[in-house]
Design a binder for this molecule. Structure first.
Ligand SMILES: *Cc1c(COP(=O)(O)O)cnc(C)c1O
Length: 330
């Protein structure tokens, strides 16, 4: 019997939408001491995941790995940057579930963080193809895909970051978990939840899940990737696809009517591009470290920098603000 909150809410999904728990829930929520504006809280999904790597990708895999089996596939084929947390989590948790991972990797700015990540990938059991550029990845992907057929079994292709409608369910579940924590008094209902946006699945899942949970918390997505279209209409479209998926698997609920205006998506903290650190990110990383929170400058430090500035301008009077930590090194 699954203990997913999504199954508790929609028992009619129990058989049609399989789930495997890969971490210990709920993840801790605490008040941060950083910042001078609205009260800032952190939900630490960096702690999520019991299999050698943590963070937001683990929640996506809780739905994606069982779906792989459901489709009769034995291999996942997916893409990422050379520092891919997504590829690493897929390899580690897939292996536990008897699923092989094949990665096509695009170059990203090389630094110590990326070098360490590549070493972890080498030890993860994944098959890695370095395709370097987005163009070469698109050109070689069909050939790589066919090359990894197992007999007549095709690989399950997943988009970058695992941000398919099924992957987004990880944060529908995450939002339901947050709602239970709020109901139990872990924190007051936040006015905003701030998360990094790399491929959009986390922000889309949160937006849908918060609606289903009846919370009016607004998602603030901090775009850290300039290689994908990640504006509010794109995020809401993904949330809409996840909503239709739930319905197509048997869930019965009123349409949420989620609209692009319901989210705030900002590119103000991106800097020169994906993987390029910014002064604001370095500053946020240092502040977080003083509070015992380990961030990196590709995603989470940019998101925290945005959260620290939410008390200014349009957001005057906001609060409490919840920062979602999505980074889970082990
Ligand atoms: C992938 C990732 C994100 C972004 O999540 P998306 O669902 O891809 O938008 C944020 N933080 C970390 C640490 C990640 O690895």
């Amino acid at each position: 019997m699954s203990d997913a909150l999504l199954h508790k809410r929609f028992p009619e999904l129990t058989d049609s939408l399989p789930y495997v728990r890969l971490g210990t829930s709920p993840t801790p929520i605490r008040r941060l001491d950083v910042g001078t504006g609205a009260p800032l809280w952190c939900k630490d999904d960096g702690r999520y995941g019991d299999g050698g790597w943590g963070g937001n990708k683990v929640r996506k895999l809780e739905w994606l790995l069982p779906e792989t089996h459901r489709r009769g596939a034995r291999t996942i084929f997916t893409v990422g940057g050379t520092g891919t947390n997504w590829g690493l989590a897929t390899a580690l948790y897939g292996r536990e579930q008897g699923i092989e991972t094949v990665l096509a990797l695009v170059d990203q700015p090389m630094d110590d963080h990326v070098r360490v990540q590549l070493r972890r990938l080498e030890n993860s059991g994944a098959t890695v193809h370095f395709t370097h550029t987005k163009r070469r990845t698109l050109l070689t992907a069909p050939w790589l895909y066919l090359r990894h057929m197992r007999g007549r079994k095709r690989p399950y292709y997943l988009p970058v970051g695992g941000s398919s409608p099924i992957g987004a369910l990880g944060y529908v579940e995450g939002a339901l978990e947050l709602a239970e924590q709020i109901a139990a008094g872990a924190m007051p209902e936040p006015s905003h939840i701030v998360t990094a946006v790399g491929s959009g699945g986390t922000a889309a899942g949160l937006a849908l899940g918060l609606r289903l949970a009846g919370l009016s918390t607004r998602v603030v997505g901090v775009v850290v990737n300039d290689a994908l279209p990640l504006d509010a209409p794109h995020i809401v479209r993904l949330a809409g696809r996840a909503e239709r998926l739930l319905r197509s698997r048997g869930a019965r609920f009123e349409p949420t009517g989620l609209r692009p205006d319901d989210l705030t998506i900002t590119t103000d903290w991106l800097g020169p591009g994906y993987g390029h650190p910014t002064p604001a990110a370095h500053e946020a990383q240092t502040l977080a470290a003083q509070d015992g929170l380990q961030l990196e400058t590709v995603y989470t430090a940019k998101a925290l920098a945005a959260a620290l500035h939410l008390d200014t301008a349009d957001f005057f009077g906001a609060g409490p603000v919840l920062f979602l930590n999505t980074y889970g090194p082990r």
